[in-house]
Design a binder for this molecule. Structure first.
Ligand code: SF4
Length: 236
């Protein structure tokens, strides 16, 4: 049995975006190219972290941590979480939450995403990422920090930090069941007992960081002759 460390964000993109990212990353040891949306996300996180450091804080006492109705505001990017599973190998899922607060007995796990427009719903990779953070928070901290329930909140922001939309979801047994189902599939792919499914969508491959190296990429079909391409950079 091998010990396999898995970043929660890599797990969620494998099961919510493309299962072949798991093959590329864990079997073939490929490294994805940094894409503009990844760089924009990093820049936003650095800006929010710098702003968060300006908030005056005092360290909470043991008694305050044990009182679910004492509100807490954890340092941004300061709460690391993990959980382990044995499934053929020993899988350890690890992550660092963007932001955690406790308000009126509820733990809110907040994740910030850069976007240019509101999303029509909660994408599956985001649901999985936040569900995994909730599970990992419960397993990492429930002996030390009291709470009555855990809620996750995906905050869609413009690159300047302005909030466009929030998706708040309770971490319920139903969400946990989706997480466990996808953890089993992911681990099967890593253990080579499950064949990955292909999304068959060239629009997913085009912005993927593995595109240049991926054996399973699908390229968009060429435009028919005579079809002009608009250059958006010239439009007003
Ligand atoms: S290029 Fe396409 S098939 Fe390959 S990992 Fe990326 S999204 Fe998946």
């Amino acid at each position: 049995m091998n010990m396999i460390n898995v970043s929660i964000s890599h797990f969620s993109s494998a099961m919510g975006y493309c299962q072949f990212t798991a093959v590329n990353r864990y079997h073939l040891r490929l490294k994805p190219r940094l894409m503009p949306h990844t760089l924009a996300g990093r820049a936003l996180h650095e800006r929010l972290e710098a702003e968060d450091k300006l908030i005056p804080r005092e360290e909470a006492t043991k008694e305050q941590l044990a009182d679910p109705f004492f509100d807490l505001d954890f340092t941004r990017e300061g709460v690391t979480v993990s959980f382990d599973r044995i499934n053929g190998n020993h899988f350890r899922y690890l992550g660092r939450t963007d932001k955690v607060i406790r308000h009126q007995g509820v733990i809110y796990i907040i994740d910030d995403k850069v976007t240019s427009k509101p999303a029509s719903g909660l994408y599956h990779d985001r649901l999985l990422q936040l569900a995994a953070y909730c599970e990992a928070f419960i397993r990492s901290y429930s002996r030390m920090i009291a709470f009555n329930k855990v809620v996750f909140n995906v905050v869609h922001r413009r690159p300047d930090g302005g909030v466009i939309q929030e998706n708040k979801v309770d971490y319920t047994p139903e969400v946990n069941a989706i997480l466990v189902r996808d953890l089993n599939t992911f681990e099967g792919i890593i253990n080579k007992t499950t064949q990955p499914d292909h999304h068959n969508n060239p629009k997913k491959c085009a912005p993927c960081g593995f595109f240049d190296q991926c054996k399973w990429r699908i390229e968009s079909p060429p435009l028919p002759p005579g079809v002009a391409v608009m250059n958006n950079s010239n439009s007003s």
